[in-house]
Write a protein that binds this ligand. Sequence first.
Ligand code: ADP
Length: 162
Amino acid sequence: MIHRAVYPGSFDPVTYGHIDIIKRASQQFDEVIVGVLTNSKKTPLFSTEERVNILREVTKSIPNVKIKSFEGLSVNFVRECNAQVIIRGLRAITDFEYELSMAQTNRILAPDIDTMFLITSLEYAYLSSTTVKEVAAYDASIEQFVPPVVSEALRKKLESRH
Ligand code: ADP
């Protein structure tokens, strides 16, 4: 059996915090599929295609990572992928309540699928896509937070909005 995990999220845009989780998960599983959610309640800054392309670019050196987009419930996507595990990252206690209720709901919907949490590395504990977008909007440097391809994409996106 291929030991496969899905890491679902918005990734709008991907940060070094997400990449850290992807790398660490890729060391624990035969294959990790990063699932880019298309129908989030939040209106994303980047289109699904842009988010997928950026993720492909920044993970291209990790052979057992694949990027796909999906709509609807994570557990259905996990089944489609023939995966057994959902990966989520935990940054702080503030993530916990939401993640707990989501994991418990998913377990009721799909008892055969388990959620596993990776605790963020300390240097990324404060990092979120929202913060990165805010900082970028004020023209401040975001190179500590995201790879160059993301800061470039953000710069272009924000310029096109002016
Ligand atoms: P969602 O909209 O599903 O929360 P995100 O793209 O914001 O999607 O996050 C996807 C997952 O990655 C979540 O489990 C989130 O807690 C985790 N995550 C986000 N930022 C970081 C970070 N800096 N370090 C570790 N995990 C993170």
